[in-house]
Design a binder for this molecule. Structure first.
Ligand code: SF4
Ligand code: SF4
Length: 502
C-alpha cells in the first residue's frame, strides 16, 4: 500500500481555493467559513490546508494515525465534516509548495479547480462512511486527482488505483456540493486515465466488449424478442414503427417537465421509443414487456445497441459517448428508459429533452395506475430504492414515489437515496465493499417490514434482490414497471389505467 498521506498530495497553488488565505487566514479553505455556491468555485479566494486532506487524510489502510482524523475545520465551527473517525481540529502547517508545470491534461482543469475543499460532501459519501478515511471521501479523491494531474503522485501510485476503484460513482457528493463540483465527470476522466488498456479490470473489459458489439448483443435475440413483446403487442415489424406520445388531457400543448428537468421539454408530437437496456434485456425481459402493457403507444425498435454508460463508467468515456450518439440515431423521438443510470448517461450526451426515465414519462403522460398490489388480502407495503444517477444526476425523486403510492402503501426507506452498492460493475469488481454498502439498507427493509422494494434501475434490482435472497427475507425486489403491471392485473376490465390523472 502507499504510505503517503493525503496531506502530502494536497496543496497546489494553481487551484482556486488553494492560493489565498481564507477568512481565518492561511490554511482556511473558506468553504465552511461562509463559502457559497454563488461565490465559491473559481473565485480563488479560499485557502489551502483547510480540509484539503492536510489535516485529515491518510492512505487507505496504510497509516492509521494519519487517517484517524475525519476532516477538521480551521474555524472550529460550522464544519460540515463529522469525521467519523474523530480527530482534533486545528490548523496544520501548509502543504508543500506546488511543483512546476501546468498539469498533465488528464482532467478538465475548470472542473478540477471548482472544489474548495470545504468537506460538505463527506457525510454524503458511502465509502467515507465505511472507512472514515479522507482518501475514501470525495474531497480526498479530488486531492488525489490534483496530485495525479500535477505529477505529485506517479500514475502507478497504489492509492490512486485503489480509490479510483473504491468510489461507487454514485454522485451523492454532487448534490450537497456548494461549489457545483461535477464529480461524476471528474471520475470518468480519472478512470479514462487510470483504467486505460490493461489496467482496466478484466470483468469490465469483457462486459464492454459484449455491449459494444451488436453481433454479441444479438445473441440475446430470443430474450430480446421476449422483452419487446407482451400481451396484445404488435408484431415486431409494426412495433418497430414509432408512434406518437400521449398528451395530457388537460394540457394540449404536451407533457410538463418532470421535477429536476433542467431544460427542454419533450415535444408532444414526438415519437416515443423504449430503450432495451443491455442488462435488462438479458436478465429482466419482463420489465420491457410490462412497459408495453402499461403504455402500448411506446415503440420498441429492434435495432438498438448499448447506451454506453458502462463504458463511460469504466474508463472509456469516448466509446461511451459514441455509443450514446449511435443509440440516439437508432431510437427516434423521445427515448424512454427503465434504467436510471442509462437515462442520466443518455441525457448527458443527447440532451435532457430527448430522454425520459420511465417514471418521468408516466408522470408526464398523466398515467393513472390501475388496481393495487396486495399481500395476504391487504394492501402491500412498498418502498423505493432510488437510482443514484436518476436522483443525483437528473434530480428525479417524486414520480416513482407517487406511482408506488398510488397502488400500495408507500414506505420511505431512511436510506432510499443512498447507493445500494450495485453501481454498475462495482458489485462484481468489489463484492465485499458492495455488500457492506448494501447491508444497512437490508436492515432497514427488514425493520420496516416492507413487502416490496421497488427499483428503477436493473442493477439496483439485482443488487437488492440478491441481498434479500441471501438473508432469506420475505421482502421482494421488483422493478417499477412490473410493480405497476402487477397492480393493473387486479383492476377490473376496463379499469382506470391510462390517461386521466389529475
Ligand atoms: S467536492 Fe464540493 S462539497 Fe466536496 S470538498 Fe469539494 S467543494 Fe466541498
Ligand atoms: S461518487 Fe459516491 S462514493 Fe464516489 S466520492 Fe462521490 S459520494 Fe463518494
Amino acid at each position: 500500500m502507499n504510505d503517503r498521506t493525503n496531506a502530502e498530495y494536497a496543496g497546489n497553488g494553481e487551484h482556486p481555493g488553494q492560493g489565498d488565505a481564507g477568512p481565518c487566514g492561511p490554511g482556511c479553505g473558506g468553504g465552511s467559513c461562509g463559502g457559497s455556491r454563488d461565490t465559491a468555485g473559481g473565485t480563488g479566494t479560499a485557502g489551502t490546508a483547510h480540509g484539503s486532506g492536510a489535516e485529515t487524510g491518510g492512505a487507505r489502510g496504510a497509516e492509521a494515525g494519519a487517517a484517524a482524523s475525519g476532516g477538521t475545520a480551521c474555524c472550529g465551527d460550522a464544519t460540515p465534516d463529522p469525521g467519523p473517525a474523530g480527530g482534533a481540529p486545528g490548523h496544520r502547517p501548509a502543504p508543500p509548495a506546488p511543483g512546476p508545470g501546468a498539469g498533465l491534461g488528464i482532467f478538465d482543469k475548470n472542473l478540477l479547480d471548482r472544489c474548495i475543499s470545504c468537506g460538505f460532501c463527506l457525510p454524503a459519501c458511502p465509502t467515507y462512511a465505511l472507512t472514515g478515511e479522507e482518501t475514501s471521501s470525495p474531497r480526498g479523491r479530488i486531492t488525489l486527482m490534483r496530485a495525479l494531474e500535477t505529477g505529485q503522485l506517479p500514475p502507478d501510485d497504489p492509492t490512486l488505483a485503489e480509490e479510483s476503484s473504491f468510489c461507487l460513482g454514485c454522485r451523492a457528493c454532487e448534490t450537497v456540493c456548494p461549489a457545483g463540483v461535477e464529480y461524476g465527470s471528474l471520475l470518468e476522466q480519472w478512470r479514462d486515465h487510470q483504467w486505460s488498456g490493461r489496467n482496466r479490470p478484466w470483468i469490465a473489459r469483457i462486459l464492454m466488449l459484449i455491449m459494444s458489439r451488436p453481433a454479441l448483443l444479438r445473441l440475446q435475440g430470443l430474450v430480446r424478442r421476449h422483452a419487446r413483446g407482451g400481451p396484445g403487442a404488435k408484431p415486431d415489424r409494426v412495433a418497430a414503427e414509432p408512434t406518437t406520445a400521449p398528451t395530457r388531457p388537460d394540457t394540449p400543448s404536451g407533457p410538463s417537465l418532470p421535477d429536476g428537468a433542467p431544460d427542454g421539454q419533450a415535444a408532444p408530437d414526438r415519437p416515443v421509443s423504449l430503450m432495451l437496456g443491455c442488462v435488462e434485456r438479458g436478465l429482466y425481459p419482463k420489465v420491457s414487456r410490462a412497459v408495453r402493457e402499461l403504455r402500448p403507444e411506446v415503440a420498441v425498435p429492434a435495432a438498438q445497441g448499448c447506451c454506453g454508460a458502462l463504458h463511460a463508467h469504466n474508463g472509456d468515456s469516448s466509446a461511451g459517448a459514441e455509443l450514446a450518439r449511435t443509440l440516439g440515431e437508432q431510437l427516434p423521438g423521445t427515448i424512454v428508459t427503465t434504467a436510471g443510470g442509462c437515462a442520466a448517461h443518455l441525457a448527458h450526451h443527447l440532451g435532457r429533452d430527448r430522454v425520459r426515465e420511465l417514471s418521468e414519462y408516466l408522470d408526464e403522460a398523466r398515467y393513472a395506475p390501475a388496481g393495487e398490489v396486495t399481500v395476504d388480502g391487504r394492501r402491500a407495503r412498498a418502498a423505493l430504492q432510488d437510482s443514484c444517477h436518476l436522483r443525483n444526476g437528473l434530480g428525479v425523486t417524486r414520480p416513482p414515489r407517487e406511482l408506488i403510492a398510488a397502488v400500495a402503501d408507500y414506505v420511505e426507506l431512511p436510506g432510499a437515496g443512498q447507493c445500494c452498492g450495485a453501481a454498475g460493475t462495482y458489485a462484481m469488481l468489489r463484492p465485499d465493499d458492495s455488500k457492506a454498502v448494501l447491508d444497512p439498507k437490508l436492515d432497514d427493509i427488514e425493520r420496516l417490514d416492507v413487502d416490496y422494494v421497488v427499483t428503477v434501475n436493473p442493477g439496483c434490482l439485482r443488487q437488492v434482490q440478491q441481498g434479500l435472497k441471501r438473508r432469506r427475507s420475505r421482502a421482494r425486489a421488483i422493478h417499477l414497471a412490473e410493480f405497476l403491471a402487477l397492480a393493473a392485473e387486479s383492476a377490473p376490465a376496463g379499469g382506470t389505467s391510462g390517461e386521466g390523472k389529475g
